[in-house]
Design a binder for this molecule. Structure first.
Ligand code: HEC
Ligand code: HEC
Length: 283
């Protein structure tokens, strides 16, 4: 990976970025010796002014962390996917229904992880997977909505991701989703907090560099939900966004907020072409 020039004065003043010690730029990800994952590909058209290539966060992790994702038995996130499978078959709520009563197994939903967030015509809004699952829970099963990024939600999401691994991310950004996408883009380039840093300052201008001993990636979300070694559990995209904004010492939006839904659509679209990789393993 080429070392990029440090590009903003604010970044320079606030943080030290250094050249990486290790860079596994040629590593390839094949899961279980079988599922080929695209972790590097040409950037989607809408990014053509800012980068040529998009890279999964997997490429920026250490050899050991990378290896954990290469075999389901070594990937702790797959335990969440298994629990998601059990939830899928269990009945919740007052209607006595299970997801499996209406959906023919998770494979019947294998398009979902690659195409969400997605415009829902009936509801007139862009929905994340969790919003859609909450809609099924509350309107079809008589159950309470799950809290955003709850353990159950992330297990269900891990299951939906696991059956989609290898599929190229392909979220739609035009048509009725365009306004939400634009809102997400604006948030991505807004500088937050005392450090006055935008997502782009770190993940677009400085990926490949080290920041506080962490190898900075493009901040892609094709690997979500992500099992983080740091907190030893599955993490959702919105919780990750929240953590990143908090690191700039800013007040932040809440998981499930319209701002984070828009940001998720925008960040997902920056990974159009990478494979769905979740549940992934990160530090
Ligand atoms: C009573 C039937 C029913 C139950 C039970 C149900 N769903 Fe659904 N689900 C639907 C219908 C109908 C749709 C399409 C609705 C729409 O597009 O608004 C749907 C849509 C979805 C989608 C989006 C599919 C797509 O292609 O965009 C997902 C994901 C989903 N359900 C997951 C779940 C999960 C997980 C559960 C269990 C927690 C569940 N559903 C329970 C009927 C059900
Ligand atoms: C001060 C620099 C900084 C800023 C600003 C920042 N991040 Fe991050 N982000 C990091 C670091 C460090 C990591 C952990 C290493 C990595 O994966 O890049 C990270 C990780 C991530 C990841 C996980 C990637 C993966 O592969 O699991 C996502 C997604 C992400 N950031 C999105 C964002 C978004 C969206 C914003 C803006 C709201 C943002 N970040 C702002 C530093 C930053």
């Amino acid at each position: 990976m080429k070392i990029k020039a440090i590009s903003t004065a604010a970044v320079l003043a606030a943080l030290t970025f250094a050249a990486p010690v290790v860079a596994d730029e040629d590593a390839e990800l094949v899961i279980n010796g079988d599922i080929e994952i695209v972790t590097k590909t040409a950037a989607p058209e809408h990014l053509s002014d800012v980068m040529d290539e998009i890279l999964s966060g997997w490429r920026f992790r250490s050899d050991e962390t990378q290896a954990m994702e290469m075999d389901d038995f070594d990937n702790p996130g797959m335990l969440g996917a298994e629990e998601g499978m059990a939830l899928f078959e269990a009945s919740w709520g007052s209607e006595g229904k299970a997801c499996a009563d209406c959906h023919d197994g998770p494979e019947s939903l294998s398009e979902v992880r690659a195409t969400y967030p997605k415009w829902n015509e009936g509801a007139g809004e862009v929905r994340t997977i969790q919003m859609q699952v909450n809609d099924c829970l509350t309107t079809k099963m008589g159950a309470d909505a799950e809290k955003y990024d709850s353990g159950k939600m992330l297990n269900l999401e891990a299951m939906l991701a696991s059956v989609a691994r290898g599929t190229p991310v392909n979220v739609t950004i035009d048509g009725p989703a365009a306004a939400t996408w634009e809102q997400g883009k604006e948030i991505y380039y807004t500088r937050y907090g005392q450090l006055e840093l935008s997502c782009a300052n770190c993940h677009e201008d400085n990926y490949g560099n080290l920041i506080r001993a962490d190898h900075l990636s493009q901040g892609q979300i094709n690997g979500f939900p992500t099992y983080r070694l740091k907190n030893a559990k599955l993490n959702g995209t919105h919780s990750r966004f929240k953590g990143c904004i908090r690191d700039t010492r800013a007040e932040t939006f809440s998981p499930g907020s319209p701002e984070f839904v828009a940001l998720e659509l925008y960040v997902a679209s920056r990974g159009n072409g990478l494979s769905v990789e979740g549940p992934s393993v990160r530090n």
